[in-house]
Design a protein around this ligand. Structure first.
Ligand code: PRP
Length: 180
């Protein structure tokens, strides 16, 4: 996998310290509350598993899977493939994302979740890629801001591969070019 990576943006130590920082920040903000994490499959799973262990407040977790139609996606054309198992009404919800790119996925999810009347609704993303943002969003907790690079690893994929890479790396353009 490493042979397909041009540059390592976050190595394992950097990831560990970002997650620990986020864990401290979130635990402080939600002190004396119960936090309900909603992970957006599949890109968030590695981050979620680390983040939840860095939190010192009681947490519960649920998962949602969505599909989007085509790329580029017409704004908001997203559908739920696997919905939440539990209601979120009255709960303090934190959406956990691996990466936010155009913002279309999250914008759809936030609109959808708001209709379910949570007590609070915030967002946590390990990677925030604002360069390609189509919809402006507030992201309360961010691991790392990146530029336009195509990144993989730590749960993030390219054609379903590289999710198990333990670092966040920039994919070589030659790998992307093969499929464009
Ligand atoms: C990725 C990522 C986010 C979404 C962000 O998911 O995990 O959910 O894209 O992109 P956006 O801000 O442009 O909407 P993807 O559809 O690749 O599925 P995956 O999580 O299963 O890899």
């Amino acid at each position: 996998m490493y042979e397909d990576v041009e540059e390592i943006l976050l190595d394992e130590d950097a990831i560990r310290s970002e997650v620990a920082r986020m864990g401290r920040e979130i635990s402080k903000d939600y002190a004396d509350r119960r936090l309900h994490l909603i992970a957006v499959l599949k890109g968030s799973v590695v981050f979620l598993s680390d983040l939840m262990r860095a939190l010192t407040v009681p947490v519960t977790a649920d998962f949602i899977s969505i599909s989007s139609y085509g790329t580029p996606t017409p704004a908001g054309v997203v559908s739920i493939r696997k919905d939440l198992d539990e209601p979120i009404e009255g709960r303090d919800v934190l959406v956990v994302e691996g990466i936010i790119d155009t913002g279309l996925t999250l914008s759809y999810l936030l609109r959808n979740f708001r209709t379910r009347n949570p007590a609070s609704l915030k967002v946590c993303a390990f990677i925030n890629k604002r360069a390609q943002r189509i919809i402006d969003l507030t992201v309360e907790y961010v691991g790392r801001e990146i530029g336009e690079q195509f990144v993989v690893g730590y749960g993030l994929d390219y054609r379903q591969r590289y999710r198990n890479l333990p670092v966040i790396g920039v994919l070589k353009p030659s790998i992307l070019d093969r499929h464009t």
